[in-house]
Design a protein around this ligand. Structure first.
Ligand code: CMC
Length: 403
């Protein structure tokens, strides 16, 4: 589909590099905008079944993991390919706990550069990871053992950075991690300075499990492509955070909630959809490159969002919008994606809207690491091509003579 839509007509790249449109273009030179359909690797980490709306991590349906596992188990599963036994679980959790603390340099830098009006938390998170990479020793040791060591550091520390940013924004002091708490419980504890209810911790955990991996999406490709040049893990994660930030990717969750607030009440949903259609604008939180049916993650999040007594109005708007958009565009394969219902849950948990995508990053870092390690096992640098459609042999004019 994208081949016809690419906007570049079929042309042949001749031996001399010039083009002629008189020949059939070899298949390998078809422009695939967005690498639609390109396959980068064989993977065991996870599978996205876009027709049936299934998501699998290392053989397990994501819904089963969301119901039964915790985030530590899922991160272990993605990275090592099996669920941990008791001893492996304890060691893995201890390792994460030992990596939670944020270096004082990072807090200081964040405090200095934080401009409350203009700094987006995803930009600050990206910068914090970059600083962490500067402070790390042996970053260029590309052995699996060292990548794993640094990966554990990143999985452990992202919630600490996010919680600290949240508190700095409110003029509060960051809260030290509590080593008696599990990964997700501690995340909420550092955010609010008090132990979360078991229900809230579980809600965030389910969401983080659902966001932990998702095939060769834009941020994962960015991470893997950066790593494939044998660059360091921090650089890969900096790139991935930058990619995830965009509203076509993880940044959609933030825009979705802002749109719910703009819609204000269920009575305005129809009008909102009609307006978007008239302007030929996309509705955020819908559509997906792979899923042509309901995103299974959205279905789970919808179920949990529907139970939140403090978010009844938001949920009503979401549900009606879901119905309207599916009625209008469902036949074209446009359904709610993971970013549609997640924001309602994050708002309930006390996150500000512009922090939503940071939670996605804190969850996805396990998938980024798993995919990097998997690709690195049989590494090859990325080098797709583009098709030159410019001119040849243009005459050079000195600056003074240029029009
Ligand atoms: N609302 C209305 N129309 C849509 C939407 C939408 N949300 N998404 C796609 N379409 C239409 C689009 O206009 C195009 O129509 P046409 O063929 O007439 O030009 C057709 O569907 C194909 O869209 P596309 O943009 O070429 O599809 P893509 O595979 O390149 O993009 C997407 C996938 C997720 C970027 C896109 O669906 C989108 O922009 N959705 C809104 C943003 C969003 O919710 N992003 C989160 C994605 S899921 C989680 C994540 O990655 O973080």
């Amino acid at each position: 589909m994208s081949k016809e839509k690419s906007g570049v007509s079929r042309q042949l790249l001749t031996k001399e590099g010039a083009f002629t449109s008189d020949f059939e273009w070899p298949l390998t030179l078809l422009v695939d905008k967005g690498l639609d359909g390109a396959v980068t690797n064989k993977s065991r980490v996870g599978y996205v079944d876009g027709d049936k709306g299934r998501l699998i991590y290392q053989g397990y349906p994501v819904e089963v993991l969301a119901e039964n596992a915790d985030y530590e188990e899922v991160a272990y599963l993605l990275i090592f390919g099996k669920l941990p036994n008791e001893q492996e679980y304890v060691e893995f959790s201890q390792n994460l706990k030992a990596n939670r603390k944020m270096p004082v340099e990072v807090v200081k830098i964040m405090d200095i550069i934080y401009d409350h009006e203009h700094s987006h938390p995803m930009s600050l998170l990206r910068t914090a990871v970059s600083v962490l990479g500067v402070l790390q020793k042996n970053v260029m040791d590309t052995s699996r053992e060292n990548e794993l060591r640094m990966g554990m550091h990143l999985i452990a520390i992202l919630p600490t950075v996010i919680a600290a940013l949240h508190r700095l924004r409110l003029g509060l002091k960051p809260v030290e991690p509590d080593l008696n708490l599990k990964h997700v419980e501690n995340f909420l504890y550092m955010l609010h300075g008090k132990k979360p209810s078991a229900r809230d911790a579980r809600l965030l955990e389910i969401s983080m499990i659902l966001h932990a991996d998702h095939g060769m999406n834009a941020s994962t490709l960015t991470a893997v492509a950066t790593s494939a040049s044998l660059s360091d893990l921090y650089s890969s994660i900096v790139g991935a955070i930058g990619s995830l930030k965009g509203p076509l990717h993880g940044g959609a969750n933030e825009v979705v909630l802002k749109e719910f607030l703009k819609i204000k009440s269920v009575d305005h949903v129809k009008e909102f959809v009609a307006e978007k259609a008239a302007k030929k604008e996309k509705i955020m939180g819908f559509g997906h490159r792979i899923y042509k049916t309901y995103d299974p993650r959205a279905a789970v999040l919808k179920k949990y969002a529907s139970k939140l007594n403090d978010e009844v109005e938001m949920f009503k708007i979401a549900e009606v919008l879901d119905r309207e958009v599916v009625a209008k565009y469902g036949s074209r394969g446009i359904y709610p994606n993971v970013d549609f219902y997640s924001g309602i849950i994050y708002r309930h948990l006390g996150f500000e809207i512009n922090f939503f995508t940071t939670i996605f990053a804190a969850a996805r870092v396990a998938g980024w690491l798993a995919r990097i390690l998997e690709y690195r096992a049989e590494n090859r640098i990325f080098r797709p091509r583009d098709v030159y459609v410019g001119e040849f042999n243009k005459e050079f004019t000195v600056r003074e003579k240029r029009p």
